[in-house]
Design a protein around this ligand. Structure first.
Ligand code: TEU
Length: 573
């Protein structure tokens, strides 16, 4: 039988930016909360989603917006209570919506009880984390100026070793210094994690989105190779020990539940991904890779480079054909908004808050892209109404720890301020973290208090309420497209065949038995002539398009995307 998670569309909620209510211990505090999520379950159901991925709601000091957990067994009071969480599970189940939790187990918060205890070298918790003495200097001393245990650099552009005066040792943190890495060579750590998994599965979770799940196991702490980005990766990315941990979690816990896992696998390549997702190995059910969103960025995702549709098609083809099942996404809480990244809303809104021309068309075109690929689509809150990047004025308005780390690093490299800001503004993770734009009222209907992060000034033009009643809106486009996908086995799991691409155009086919679709997308503000040889199969009926055309007539309009039922079956590869 086909797994249920292959048949559903998922919706990611970033709770602090979703909906604030007066109902928690901190009413109208400018942070979204769990009762707020409950009020929108019907909207999520209407959209057509059957899974919610909930970003962390656990207790956390918020050094990295909840990805630094200080207690895995409790809900942070700003989000509500355990009773609220139980109500959310129940209300979601009543609507046949499954909830997957965010599982952040590479690291905890430095305020987690385990870490506080681990600061004492005599404590049984010492070994829960990775503590190391300073490296010996050439003269054999470990005295100041001290040398950290190795030369690794971290994901947030800074140091990975933090010195602890009291014990005279360093601890490892691949992310912020308030996120110490757990030691997976210690079997006790794995047992603790299994208990956490069971706790949430027993409460009603249907699986986990597993944060940076391919870097848990540090095979060695030797120096890393020279690298522009994260140094040291070869000692901990997708190691054999990591595969073994995933198999253990699967056989000891997940196998006893009807649940699934989607891994967030940093810097993963296809060969690693094949191992991680190979059904017979029993590790992950699917994973998020990053390569498609990095085709127009250098050094991971910060320095821009030209967008080429043919490059995008090449990357998509590789993953669509390379893995049996993909987790599909164009946005999440770590990425820029897709209409501002691949779409037409590159510049922030004009001073009157009006979105740029073709904003809407490109938002719909990108919806066609995501929802006509093979796999389980994940839609990030706000994507379904075409929310854009934020119109930040300066770094002071940015909260993201990664953006600040990047600024510091680039400053060290003498990159001028205007360039640093230009790049950060386009790539900052805060772009997608601004509050959900529910209506045109105060604070976009998100909160009656001061929102924790600024609200995009275009909320009067781009908001849920306005789109709900407009049959031609981006929102209703998503709804119709999702409904169409849900009825088509071919769109969900059919074969993916690339047909044509150039710098700004891409055409591909999906097919399953007799059923077949052609998808043609124009990623530019210029009209694009279609290749002659494609005329025949592109002359079929347009089922859905980001414009209101019914026939392509040999060209695509600016930012036009079309889903076509081909009328000639014989001429396709
Ligand atoms: O993200 C992992 C991660 O590597 C990204 O933060 C990365 O730095 C960026 O997206 C690409 O350059 C996960 C979470 O999604 C993120 O929010 C957390 O900050 C991070 O792990 C640490 O838990």
């Amino acid at each position: 039988m086909k797994a249920w998670w292959k048949d559903r569309v998922a919706y990611q909620i970033y709770p602090r930016s979703f909906q604030d209510t007066p109902e928690t211990e901190y009413p109208n505090d400018g942070f979204g909360d769990i009762p707020g999520i409950i009020t929108h379950l019907d909207d999520i159901k209407e959209l057509g989603a059957g899974i919610i991925w909930l970003s962390p709601v656990y207790r956390s000091p918020d050094a990295d917006n909840g990805y630094d957990i200080s207690d895995y067994y409790s809900i942070d009071p700003k989000f509500g209570t355990m009773a609220d969480m139980e109500r959310l599970f129940a209300e979601a189940a009543a609507r046949d919506i499954k909830i997957i939790m965010d599982l952040v187990i590479n690291h905890t918060s430095d305020e987690h009880e385990w870490f506080l205890k681990s600061r004492d070298p005599q404590s049984p918790y010492r070994d829960y984390y990775i503590w190391q003495p300073p490296r010996k200097a050439a003269d054999g001393s470990r005295l100041p100026p001290r040398l950290p245990p190795n030369n690794w650099t971290g994901f947030f552009m800074g140091e990975v070793w933090e010195y602890d005066e009291k014990s005279g040792e360093y601890y490892l943190h691949l992310f912020d210094k308030k996120q110490p890495d757990l030691n997976y060579k210690n079997p006790k750590v794995k047992e603790e994690i299994k208990n956490i998994l069971r706790f949430w599965l027993d409460k009603g979770a249907s699986g986990f989105r597993c944060d940076v799940i391919n870097v848990l196991y540090k095979t060695s702490l030797a120096d890393g190779k020279k690298s522009m980005a994260v140094r040291g990766l070869e000692h901990y990315k997708s190691q054999e020990g990591n595969h073994a941990i995933l198999r253990e979690l699967r056989s000891d816990v997940f196998d006893s539940y009807d649940c699934f896992t989607v891994g967030e696998t940093v810097m993963v390549d296809l060969e690693e991904a094949k191992l991680l997702c190979d059904e017979s190995r029993g590790e992950l059910d699917m994973l998020f890779y990053f390569e498609h969103l990095e085709i127009d960025r250098r050094i991971a995702r910060f320095i821009p480079k030209k967008f080429l549709a043919c490059r995008l098609l090449e990357v998509l083809t590789k993953w669509q054909q390379g893995l049996e099942w993909n987790a599909l996404y164009l946005e999440n809480h770590d990425q820029a908004r897709i209409v501002s990244h691949f779409g037409a809303a590159k510049k922030s809104a004009s001073p009157d808050g009006k979105p740029s021309p073709y904003w809407e068309r490109s938002a719909k075109m990108l919806a066609i892209l995501e929802l006509t690929l093979r796999g389980t689509p994940f839609i990030f809150q706000g994507q379904e109404i075409g929310m854009t990047n934020f119109d930040f004025k300066s770094l002071d308005e940015v909260n993201d720890v990664e953006s600040h780390g990047l600024d510091k690093l680039m400053k060290k490299m003498h990159i001028p301020g205007f360039l640093r800001w230009k790049w950060i503004k386009a790539s900052s993770r805060d772009n997608s973290r601004t509050p959900m734009q529910w209506d045109g009222g105060e604070n976009a209907g998100f909160s009656r208090g001061k929102p924790w992060l600024g609200i995009n000034s275009n909320y009067r033009h781009i908001n849920y309420a306005a789109q709900k009643n407009d049959p031609c809106s981006v929102l209703n486009f998503y709804k119709t497209l999702i409904a169409m996908r849900q009825k088509s086995e071919c769109l969900k799991s059919g074969e993916f065949v690339p047909l044509f691409a150039n710098n700004r155009l891409m055409i591909y086919q999906r097919k399953l038995g007799e059923e077949s679709y052609i998808i043609a997308l124009n990623f530019s503000s210029r009209k694009a002539r279609l290749p002659k040889k494609a005329f025949a199969y592109l002359s079929g009926a347009i089922l859905m398009a980001s414009t209101d055309r019914k026939q392509l007539n040999g060209h695509l309009l600016p930012w036009e995307g079309a889903l076509i039922k081909p009328n000639l079956s014989g001429c396709l590869p």
